[in-house]
Design a protein around this ligand. Sequence first.
Ligand SMILES: Nc1ncnc2c1ncn2[C@@H]1O[C@H](COP(=O)(O)OP(=O)(O)O)[C@@H](O)[C@H]1O
Ligand SMILES: [Mg+2]
Length: 234
Amino acid sequence: MTELLRVDAISAAYGKVTALREVSISIQPGEIVAILGANGAGKTTLLNAISGVLPITGGEISFDGKRVDGKKPWQTSRLGISHVPEGREIFPDMTVETNLRIVESNGGGPKFDVADIMTMFPRLKERISQLAGGLSGGEQQMLAIGRGLMARPRLILFDEPSLGLSPVLTKFVLSSIAELRTRGIATLLVEQNMRAALKIADRAYVLRVGRIVRAGSAAEIANAPDIQEAYLGV
Ligand SMILES: Nc1ncnc2c1ncn2[C@@H]1O[C@H](COP(=O)(O)OP(=O)(O)O)[C@@H](O)[C@H]1O
Ligand SMILES: [Mg+2]
């Protein structure tokens, strides 16, 4: 079994506050894996640990068979891990087109150019010369995904891509993410929107106060009646 990503018993902390405790997950090439959990469970911390935004305090992370813990975000990006953060982190004073063109990494995954992103998100095409700061929340999310793809990832990490979007846009953005599978890109999808995430995921893990408390196929997790109440605080 060739795992694309292997996270092995990692821990992470903010000062004295431990945010991840011996978390282990794995992703196969082309798989969509969801990380579910209530606010504060450690979802963002897990993505930051994988992309190298936050150093880990224990455990190991391997990507494509090579150790990546200790690497900086620009290094993991070059190796093929794209991180689309919750804050979206587009450049508001640059145009939509420039936001896409300035991405320089080549992670060795399928090639995307600006035209491909416009085909994927026609709404961005209409706004290609506008400043990114003037886009709606949904359009900024599309641009952030586009920037993530321009780096030619083999694995893309999404932090709450549906946050603040209408139900219609949530559906559109998540189905766009699901389509990445056809290009052979693996996805780690962090969501509080459990139902929406499980519709496109192959497997899911549930995080609770920094620990993985459940793991299974998307169907198993979706059909476990206790999960929402016990772990997601909804
Ligand atoms: N920059 C930070 N400094 C201190 N504590 C933090 C920081 N970021 C997150 N935390 C804490 O770490 C835990 C996990 O947070 P986070 O990973 O953001 O959770 P989630 O994304 O699941 O909502 C929480 O208890 C949160 O308060
Ligand atoms: Mg978060």
